[in-house]
Structure formats: C-alpha cells, structure tokens
Design a protein around this ligand. Structure first.
Ligand SMILES: [Zn+2]
Length: 300
C-alpha cells in the first residue's frame, strides 16, 4: 500500500504573495483521489514528532528561537516569509510526515510526503521558505534508530540542496547528491558529496542522459540501504524560477527512472515533493501527480 503523509495544516494559508504555489498541497491529494490514483487509505496524518528527532539535526538554539518565535529579524528575512505559530507547526508536522513515511518505505518499498523537500534549511538557520530540513530529519532518524546504515539523498529539485549538504558535510553514513541549475539559487552553493551543475535551458534528453549515467553508478559505489528522493518539479521549462527546459514528459521519465532503479535494486525510497512554480497551477499539480501515479504503477 502506498502511504502518503498529508495533514490539513499543509494547506495553512500563507501571506497573499506566497499563497499561489502552496495551493498545490490542497489540490494534489484531491486530484489523486479524484482520478483514482489513490484512495483515502493511502493517506495518513502525521503528528508532532518528538523534538529529539528535530534536535538530532537542528541546533538547540535555532530550534528554540524558532518555536519561541524569537529569531532575529535578519534570520526571519532569510527564511522569506513572516513566521506564525501555524507555519512553524506546519513545518514540524511535515517533518513527522517524512519520518513516518521513512518507516513506511521500509515496510512497503516506497512512501511519500505531499509536502516537504525543505532542503534549504541548515543546522542552525532557515533559508528560502525552509524552516526545518525534513529529509535530513528522516535520514538522521533512520540512522539513529539503526534502521539504516547508509543513506543516499537524491535531490533533483532545480535548486541545490545547500542545507542538506551542510548538515551531512561530515557524516559518512549519508551521501548527498544534488543535480541542479548552475545559475540558480543558491548562488553561493555548498559542497554536496556529488554536485552536478546544469546549464540554463538544459532539455530532457541531456538531463536524462546525465541522470541515467550517474545514479546507477553512484548506487553501486555507495551501496545505500535507503534512498531519499527530492522530486521537485521546478525543472520544467514553464517554471518561473527554474531556468531549465524540461517537459512534463521528461520530468515523469526522470521520476520513473529513479523509482524503477530503487525498485529493481530493492532499496526503499522516501519521496518529498520540493518546488514547483509554473504559472499555471494545473501544470504543477499534473507534474507532481505523475510522481504518485508512477509510484503506484511500479510498486503496487
Ligand atoms: Zn526548488
């Protein structure tokens, strides 16, 4: 059974100017139910996790200041939107969604989170709308619980996973792989274990060639027993922030390749959604829905 983390708080309204791409968190589950890709039972509601799980990744000072809403105005500016208790609760619950989905992935081979992919959150600070790094929290949880020995993070969001790279900089048990736009945010990039910088306007053929030449080799070398997949759909040509030129079909082929590789090698995979900023919400929902359709098709 495909287990998917979703909680009504995911759709907590943001300030007007940030609201648009966030509608996807409401529309995506509706679309999956409507078209029959998922039934109600596929979804589970995450809760508030034990704060130890968060503190295994984020510094005590940062987490306390975040929860107390006492971060400096400079730190809040870096995050990019005004903080509220609901937004912080939302991020904490999304992190639990990723933890639980990681456990479900061990059971069923794959599990997903309707949100998450907040890869710009560092150990001691938030950045670019990311407060807590959900996949880093999931990865650390699996390692600490001895549910995994070696984790590979495959971050194919168009933006570099800078926070994730920093968090696992000195951790031999987590290999961070990020493939992203060279000329895109973050302009000062961190060093992942493997970074692939793509030029602007990279198209499907080139994108998929690089991915197909890299991922199986990487898995062979690193021998992960668990994979996190950050499947942002901001690689689309229509994306307002992306700068790459992939099609919806190419994006789906990317997802199929990653998920089929995990399935073929029997490596459990947990997927967080990441970014998507095409001007037409239908494009965003369609591209994300493809990841769920493909997961159902391959695994169940
Ligand atoms: Zn992104």
């Amino acid at each position: 059974m495909l287990k998917i983390a979703y909680h009504p708080i995911y759709t907590h309204p943001l300030p007007e100017k940030h609201r648009f791409p966030m509608i996807k968190y409401e529309l995506l589950p509706q679309q999956l139910l409507h078209e029959g890709t998922c039934v109600k039972e596929n979804f589970f509601a995450p809760k508030t996790p034990n704060s130890d799980c968060i503190l295994a990744v984020h510094s005590k000072t940062y987490y306390k200041d975040l929860i107390d809403q006492s971060l400096s105005s400079k730190a809040v500016r870096k995050i990019g939107f005004p903080l509220s208790k609901e937004l912080i609760d939302r991020e904490v619950i999304i992190a639990d969604g990723t933890i639980k989905a990681s456990e479900y992935a061990l059971q069923y081979g794959i599990a997903m989170n309707i949100a998450g992919g907040t890869h710009h959150a560092y150990t001691d600070r938030g950045e670019a709308f990311c407060l807590l790094n959900d996949q880093a929290i999931g990865a650390k949880y699996l390692l600490d619980q001895q549910l995994s020995k070696k984790i590979l993070i495959v971050d194919l969001d168009v933006h570099q996973g800078n926070g994730t790279a920093e968090i696992f900089e000195n951790n031999q048990n987590v290999f961070t792989f990020s493939m992203h736009g060279a000329k895109n945010y973050p302009f000062k990039k961190e060093k992942s274990d493997l970074d692939i910088d793509l030029p602007n306007q990279t198209e499907d053929i080139e994108y998929l060639q690089i991915l197909k030449a890299t991922l199986p080799k990487l898995i062979k070398e690193q021998q992960p027993d668990f994979i996190y997949y950050l499947c942002g759909v901001d690689i689309l040509a229509t994306d307002k922030l992306g700068k790459l030129s992939c099609t919806i079909k190419g994006c789906a082929e990317r997802d199929r390749f990653v998920l089929q590789t995990c399935k073929d090698l029997s490596i459990p995979v947990m997927c967080s959604m990441g970014g998507g900023y095409s001007p037409n919400i239908k494009t965003i929902v369609e591209a994300h829905a493809n990841t769920f359709r493909i997961a159902q098709d391959i695994f169940f």
